[in-house]
Design a protein around this ligand. Structure first.
Ligand SMILES: C[S@@+](CC[C@H](N)C(=O)[O-])C[C@H]1O[C@@H](n2cnc3c(N)ncnc32)[C@H](O)[C@@H]1O
Length: 224
């Protein structure tokens, strides 16, 4: 009888331990869970973003404020297919990838420099976003035609002299009702006069916002 009780007791303890382990696992946030901590970032993703900026000797990455803006816009527009031109080490891609986790979308980010393209892939993996964000190494002028289908949000952040050529290449690939965004349209506007004139065309509604002084153009592609 006593032996039976002991076995039952041990069985109950094991069941309790298993149940608590399962609950703990379910409650452990994934690195990309966008609902935790300051700025809606998990400590792990916040630390990763800080580290990318610290290692960014060329100061290529967008500001944190611009990252917050991109994440908000991707989420609010319910974008499902995003293209980034100029991924660098992944700072902006991670902010947009976090929003895509919420919309159920995916993103392709293209980076020309092979060393940065490696960092881009590694940082996306560290953020837990490899199932959402695909890093493509190479020249976006060659890589974009290889991508299938349309995009409902495009973020351009490559070399500024190329903006007009990229705009001409990707506008036909933007879904009607989609958004075309470009970075540095305030602090580097003198390098992209032709592009800034082009985004004022009547098939688009364009506005310029400046969360941190660098400036982002936001162009909505009209449905008719
Ligand atoms: C300003 S940085 C991008 C920063 C990035 N969006 C971020 O916030 O982390 C510009 C990047 O565009 C890349 N780039 C320039 N021309 C490119 C091209 N034709 N195709 C792909 N990448 C290009 C550069 O190598 C550079 O890493």
């Amino acid at each position: 009888m006593q032996r039976f009780r002991l076995t039952t007791l041990l069985g109950s303890i094991c069941a309790c331990l298993l149940a608590s382990a399962l609950v703990a696992e379910a409650q452990t946030p994934s690195p990309a869970d966008s609902h935790v901590g300051k700025d809606g970032l998990t400590p792990a993703v916040a630390a990763l973003l800080d580290q990318i900026r610290q290692n960014d000797r060329g100061q290529l990455a967008i500001s944190r404020e611009d990252g917050r803006f991109l994440r908000m816009l991707v989420a609010a527009s319910k974008s499902r297919r995003v293209l980034e031109i100029g991924g660098a080490s992944g700072y902006s891609a991670i902010w947009m990838g976090l929003a895509l986790r919420e919309t159920g979308g995916t993103m392709v980010t293209i980076e020309y420099d092979p060393a940065r393209a490696k960092e881009l892939t590694a940082n996306i993996a560290k953020a837990g976003l490899s199932d959402i964000v695909t890093a493509v190494s190479g020249d976006a002028f060659a890589r974009i035609p290889e991508q299938k289908g349309e995009f409902d949000l495009i973020f351009l952040d490559a070399w500024k002299k190329d903006y007009k050529r990229f705009f001409d290449l990707v506008l036909p690939r933007l879904t009607p009702g989609g958004l075309f965004l470009a970075h540095n349209v305030v602090n580097k506007k003198s390098e992209m006069g032709d592009f800034l004139a082009a985004i004022e065309q009547t098939s688009l509604f364009t506005t310029i916002v400046s969360p941190s002084g660098e400036g982002i153009s936001v162009s909505y592609k009209r449905r008719k």
